[in-house]
Write a protein that binds this ligand. Structure first.
Ligand SMILES: Nc1ncnc2c1ncn2[C@@H]1O[C@H](COP(=O)(O)OP(=O)(O)OP(=O)(O)O)[C@@H](O)[C@H]1O
Ligand SMILES: [Mg+2]
Length: 421
């Protein structure tokens, strides 16, 4: 499994990345063999708003990557304001004669949680087990092989709007590949940037993209909270454009060249120059700082509301292109009240493709998910014909319509009981 080629597509708000490589499913290492990147069109705040434009961007990214085999399984990142998440638990009775919990039984717990009633227009994207309770005994992380009759799985569930998911799947599958799974972007980024030690200690990853700022927190190795804030680097540039009454592109270029969120460091009368025009540097940085404060306050409040903010001794890890704005880590320390660092993908083998940049965290993380999922080109050899129209089957597949043994004896919490975030 480790040596097979795996494919990912990160459909970001500002860029689409197509990536091919190898990865160790246990997160030991990744090797990126090729990466294609093009500006993204047809997306707003992480969601597809123009299917044709989005499809063209995805196709261009795939081409830039050197092309994907037809029908190949790809892992796709998802974010956007339509994402919701909550903690819940599912209990099933283990009817095996010898009481031993099998991998199949564990799967049934996950299936049960997947079928949990979320909003009418929502579907579950991830069920991430946090811990298990075996006949009343708490704190089990690996239940398979242990004996118990009554098994409770505590899990973090991530759901998204069916139509938004379908639009993303459609845009990708129109390019002749097959979506094998959809992964919440901050989860992908955390696979790339965090070590198991970070997750054991307790850590927050904050992926500051172009359209959204995504959060994931971990405690004792388990995912405890996820959130998507519909603000990102583009909001910063838009503010500068508005404040200076200049086009977005000019504002974006000023931000990239001179941007800082530490306005007190800038001389009151300092001017910066772009295309023979001068702009007040202090004013620009004040605008950026104001917006950065707001985004970081949202992140802080999100963690506070979920009750995890004071349980993160590992601090905050910033990634995504937006984290490159000068002084962002310093400001984050102040606003979040925790140790903060900027992270790029780790444990990347070789240097042939330079991916050690915060904006590639999601794409690199997708390779780990693809490897873990067992995606492989060989599996799809028979499916050389274009996979147009396979959207429905893909949706069914990863929505978990497994159709196997019914959830006998199931006891379920209503979503929200665990504190919907
Ligand atoms: N050096 C830099 N300084 C400041 N901002 C930067 C820098 N480099 C990139 N950015 C900003 O980062 C943002 C893009 O980040 P990224 O590539 O992670 O987003 P994305 O994946 O396309 O979007 P999303 O994840 O929100 O869908 C843009 O707003 C860009 O202006
Ligand atoms: Mg992104």
């Amino acid at each position: 499994m480790a040596s097979k080629l795996v494919y990912g597509i990160d459909v970001g708000t500002t860029k689409v990345v197509a990536i091919v490589g190898r990865a160790d499913g246990r997160r030991g290492w990744t090797e990126v063999l090729s990466l294609g990147e093009v500006p993204s069109h047809g997306l707003r705040r992480g969601m597809v708003v123009d299917r044709e434009a989005a499809t063209e961007s995805v196709a261009a990214a795939i081409e830039d990557c050197g092309g994907f085999p037809r029908g190949v399984p790809v892992t796709v990142g998802i974010a956007g304001g339509h994402i919701s998440s909550f903690n819940t638990e599912v209990t099933l009775l283990n009817r095996a004669r010898n009481r031993t919990i099998t991998g199949r039984f564990r799967k049934r717990l996950e299936t049960e949680a997947r079928q949990m009633h979320v909003g009418e227009d929502e579907k579950v994207i991830h069920v991430v087990p946090r811990s298990f309770v075996l006949d009343g005994a708490e704190g089990v992380t690996q239940p398979v092989g242990l004996a118990a009759r009554k098994v409770t799985m505590r899990a973090h569930v991530v759901a998204g709007a069916i139509s938004s998911i379908q639009n993303l799947l459609g845009a990708v599958e129109d390019c002749g590949v097959k979506v094998s799974q959809v992964v919440l972007e901050p989860l992908a980024s955390s696979e790339a940037c965090l070590l198991d030690e970070d997750r054991s200690m307790g850590v927050a990853i904050i992926d500051m993209g172009g359209g959204t700022t995504d959060i994931a927190t971990f405690m004792r190795g388990a995912l405890t909270h996820t959130d998507v804030i519909p603000l990102g680097g583009e909001s910063f540039s838009a503010d500068v454009a508005y404040g200076l009454k200049i086009p977005f592109e000019t504002a974006d270029a000023l931000k990239l060249r001179y941007g800082t969120v530490l306005s007190h460091d800038i001389d009151d009368v300092a001017a910066v120059k772009l295309d023979d025009k001068h702009y007040n540097a202090r004013f620009i940085s004040q605008i950026l700082e104001y917006r950065a404060y707001e985004v970081l306050e949202f992140a802080r409040d999100s963690m506070e509301k979920a009750g995890v903010r004071n349980l993160l001794p590992g601090g905050a890890v910033l990634t995504g292109g937006g984290s490159l704005l000068e002084g962002m880590d310093e400001l984050a320390e102040k606003v979040l009240g925790m140790r903060t660092r900027i992270a790029t993908p780790r444990r990347v083998k070789g240097e042939s493709v330079p991916v050690r940049k915060p904006q590639y965290s999601t794409a690199v993380g997708l390779l780990y998910f693809a490897a873990k999922n067992g995606d492989s080109a060989s599996k799809s050899k028979g499916a050389r014909i274009a996979s147009f129209g396979s959207i429905v089957s893909a949706v069914k597949e990863w929505f978990g319509f497994f159709g196997e043994d019914g959830p006998e004896g199931a006891v379920r919490d209503k979503p929200g009981a665990g504190g919907r975030s």
